[in-house]
Design a binder for this molecule. Structure first.
Ligand SMILES: [Zn+2]
Length: 309
């Protein structure tokens, strides 16, 4: 790989993270507010500001962004976190501004590429990655090739169904994995349990999955119960993936994954019980390694032309 500098950008609903990257290493970083509620034009101004300080040295720009992303045409078809983003020609706008090659990719695909090239999945050929946060995302590398799907929309593990007659999900389907382990459902589940039981969670005005994880580690029973359940549901999702694709490694990344053992133990236990021939398979279920840097590193890897599409 040529030692070229690239700008990597990770566009989230709250912040835009940008970095100057050389050969998988971050040289400099920047973070700006996305201003997602102000519409596409204003957000594009923010994206340009995030790129600008790094651009003179860079050979190109790689961008990870949530939603339905048409990488080939450089168009953001739809982004759930950004208001009014429909068919936005992001690549065209940035090429016009900076006159350098620009590639865009779905944010979870970028994270998966990052972990595969530089992080927890380095050296593996069959990699499946879940991201746990407000939503539940997914992406895959199959036989050493990133899986984008016919339309570039593959990997919606969060919207695979784990209970066919379960509660309605924001996507319109019923019983999706995200409907059980998305951040707000984790909090809702904890609140339901709190009503009837003694728990240290009652000391908090506002609950988050992070707080529930901290209390679980301190020994709070209700919090532990919540994480055992989350682990079980994710375990069902992971079991389906292992049964379908027989991966070397399943990476669980995103904020909720930082809970550590209290999450991974029930996931692994569920997989051992549920997957056909689990005892004969070689697989790992492990956390991501790169944290918040995975997205920009993966976007740069994609932009530097090392993967097709
Ligand atoms: Zn859904």
């Amino acid at each position: 790989m040529a030692k070229k500098l690239f700008v990597g950008v990770d566009i989230g609903g709250t912040n835009i993270k940008s970095a100057l990257v050389e050969n998988g290493k971050i040289k400099k970083k920047r973070k700006l507010p996305t201003k997602a509620n102000l519409g596409p034009e204003r957000v594009i101004v923010q994206i340009k500001s995030a790129i600008k300080p790094f651009i003179t040295k860079a050979a190109g720009i790689g961008i990870g962004i949530a939603g339905i992303i048409d990488s080939q045409k450089g168009i953001v078809r739809f982004s759930p976190n950004l208001s009014e983003w429909h068919n936005i020609k992001l690549v065209k706008a940035l090429k016009k501004e900076f006159n350098k090659p620009v590639r865009i990719i779905n944010d979870v695909n970028a994270i998966c590429l990052g972990e595969w090239q530089y992080g927890a999945a380095k050296g593996y050929k069959n990699v499946f990655l879940f991201t746990l946060g407000t939503g539940v995302g997914g992406a895959a590398i199959c036989e050493g090739v990133p899986l984008f799907g016919a339309n570039g929309f593959s990997g919606e593990f969060g919207h695979s169904v784990i209970k066919f007659n379960g509660p309605k999900c924001s996507c319109g389907n019923y019983g999706c994995l995200e409907r059980y382990v998305g951040a707000k459902y984790i909090v809702a589940n904890a609140k339901r349990k709190m009503r009837k039981k003694i728990t240290s969670l009652k000391n908090y005005k506002k609950l988050t999955p992070h707080i529930i994880a901290q209390e679980a580690k301190k020994g709070d029973k209700v919090s532990k119960e919540v994480f055992t359940e989350i682990g079980f549901y994710i375990g069902i999702g992971v079991s389906n993936i292992i049964a379908l694709f027989d991966p070397d490694v399943v990476i669980i990344s995103g904020g909720v994954s930082r809970a550590g053992r209290i999450l991974f133990e029930p996931i692994r236990k569920t997989v051992r019980k549920r997957v056909l021939g689990a005892e004969h398979r070689n697989y790992k279920i492990i956390p991501g390694k790169l944290g918040d840097d995975a997205g920009v590193l993966g976007a740069v890897y994609f932009a530097s032309g090392l993967t097709s599409r």
